[in-house]
Design a protein around this ligand. Sequence first.
Ligand SMILES: Cc1ncc(COP(=O)(O)O)c(C=O)c1O
Length: 502
Amino acid sequence: MDLRINRKSPVPLYLQISGAIQGLILAGRLPDGFLLPPERRLADSLGVNRTTVVNAYQQLKADGFVAAHVGRGTSVLGPRPEERGAGPVQPLPWLQLARDGAAREPDPLVRDLLALTERKDVISLAVGLPAPELLPIEALGRIHRRLLAERGAEIFLHSPTEGVTAFREAVCRHMVSRGIQCGASEVLITSGSQQALDLVARTYLAPGDAVAVEEPSYFGALATFRVAQARLLGVPCDGDGMRTDLLENLLARQRPRLIYTLPTFQNPSGSVLSLERRRRLLELAYRYQVPVLEDDPYSDLRYGGDAVPSLKALDRNGYVIYLSSFSKILFPGLRLGWIAAPRQAVRQLALTKQLVDLHSSTLGQWMVERFISEGLFSRHLEAVRAEYARRRDAMVEALQSEAPEGFTWSRPEGGFYVWCSFPERVSQSALLQKAAEEHVAFLPGNASFVGEPERNHLRLNFTYCAPDQIREGVSRLVRAYRAAAAGPRSHERPAGGTPPIV
Ligand SMILES: Cc1ncc(COP(=O)(O)O)c(C=O)c1O
């Protein structure tokens, strides 16, 4: 329920709450029989005392709008049949019908970012996509034709939930280049690593469970954990990734159920967790018996410096659930990712996946299996690495020559993103608005934090656009920034939540 209260109003809070609910009932947005949230939950979400909500529900009951049932809660009483009349059919209140925690208040961020990919007039530095013109389309066509000739209908039929066996084996061979040794039975193919995050949340998290996350972190994972009604505990990061000294305190006091980390070319900050901290993180996980969820879609995309072993490669005790994806190097639209985890965890996660989508695309799995087995993946990786390093340099150089004072940025050794910071006095929402006018898009930094960040940040992607577009995009962003900096500082988020990206 979308209820607003005004603490400055002279109207008592319980009357504000009962009045707001009464309004929703009269507007037909809460149907007959709709169960109101439990008193304690509503009190927590509004930040008021439970007694305030109890009084509000009693008021609604006295006015004949709800009925209270012992053990079943409080439900809406629709108009009596004689009051209903034969009016038009009421629209269903979909927003109210979604269960608590589900995406009820539509957050336009991910949707708007993906929608941008269809807008030709906008330079998108917001999305996390590979360069479309570098995708090996011809090889894909050839593989597709050959698969059709050799395997016929098989590639369009159902396949095991865990994944096509030949593909799981190919994924294992691919992971050897990342220092990870595991067998096919320790691999579960997923529909992108976004699904892997969801499967882990569905399998291992109950409402109210705590999850330790880096701050900043991947906004899509934060959203998944929030929908699972987990409590997010932010662990600050610095240039060497997660502050494991602060993690220890949190593990001791809050006993999270999961540690979620992106140790290599983090999204959004691009940071790399140092080897020393990787070892420390694992020691802490072992000591406090907390599983580690390692999200690693970017480690193959290194443009300089030495590789650091993944947590999965360092783990000797089966504590790490490792996620990765083919979206960042090959074809995001094929929706293929994977989980590598102890066999028992793979079995549990596969049972969850079976209920969600039975299995990932059989055709896609066979195609990527061929890509790996024929050595095309490694060749393609080499080509994109060289090009993405060029694009990163183009972005960093454009920022060096154009960025105004106070605007700072990272130079990542790999991955997809440059992470920028700018002073508090420049409003994020004003910058978004000015950027929309300039037809350039970026990811606002606050989407990546659990709470309000101390500083202003934004994330720029350098792989999707060609270098010329990157330079033009940075110029537009700098113009937008100067315009936003010249305007008044607004502390208010605009009405309606996150403003549209363009
Ligand atoms: C860290 C991280 N995890 C997971 C995902 C989801 O990717 P996909 O579902 O396309 O594999 C992304 C995409 O941006 C990401 O950056």
